[in-house]
Design a protein around this ligand. Structure first.
Ligand SMILES: Cc1cc2nc3c(=O)[nH]c(=O)nc-3n(C[C@H](O)[C@H](O)[C@H](O)COP(=O)(O)OP(=O)(O)OC[C@H]3O[C@@H](n4cnc5c(N)ncnc54)[C@H](O)[C@@H]3O)c2cc1C
Length: 170
């Protein structure tokens, strides 16, 4: 952060970057834990010091520095942990309407403005990636069978066109 501060770049809790991962100083890019991210689940900037965010930010910064054009608009908080056989995954923000299930484990899904904004899974974490991708890709819930996906995350809840896109056109 000092590197940017020393040349009068904008710093808050992290280096301030735009969607291209460019700092307030043109042609100077930053990515990873040193930066703030725009958390799409709360529409606010904050430090999201997590490996997937760092990786995607780095890719975005690299492409733009090399003359390409890419935006990074997929930053979300998330965490996964497993101890003594109990698995827990959380992602996004916990605001909005709640789907709640206690069926051997614990599941909460949070929806707002027609989008999935966050989830908490304790116990059965199978296919949690489907929930994560609904959040990251801001997939409108009206386009999928959300009732089905609440109970059992799976590709069958997506339209045929979306399934083909997700499976690389297969
Ligand atoms: C204990 C721990 C557990 C974590 N667990 C998870 C997890 O479960 N899941 C998850 O997603 N994330 C986890 N993280 C966060 C994850 O490690 C970071 O988000 C990720 O490593 C950030 O990558 P980065 O490249 O931005 O920074 P870093 O990986 O920190 O890399 C920065 C590099 O810059 C070097 N450096 C610093 N200053 C200078 C300088 N002046 N000159 C040259 N080099 C310099 C450092 O030595 C370092 O190698 C964890 C972090 C910690 C500390």
């Amino acid at each position: 952060m000092d590197l940017i501060k020393d040349i009068n770049g904008e710093i808050r809790r992290g280096i301030v970057v735009n969607e291209l991962m460019e700092t307030s100083i043109p042609n100077i890019y930053a990515a990873g834990d040193c930066c703030e991210s725009f958390d799409i689940t709360i529409n606010q900037n904050r430090v999201l010091a997590l490996l997937p965010n760092a990786y995607m930010q780095g890719e975005c910064a690299g492409i733009n520095m090399a003359g390409g054009k890419k935006i990074f608009d997929k930053a979300i908080p998330m965490n996964a942990i497993g101890f003594f056989g109990l698995h827990i995954i959380t992602a996004g923000s916990y605001d909005g309407d709640v789907y709640y299930e206690r069926n051997g484990g614990y599941k909460k899904l949070f929806t707002k403005d027609g989008l999935l904004k966050g989830y908490i899974l304790v116990g059965n974490v199978e296919k949690a990636g489907i929930y994560t991708s609904l959040i990251r890709e801001k997939i409108p819930l009206k386009n999928i069978d959300f009732e089905l996906i609440c109970k059992k995350p799976g590709l069958m809840a997506f339209s045929k066109a979306d399934r083909m896109k997700k499976l690389g056109g297969a």
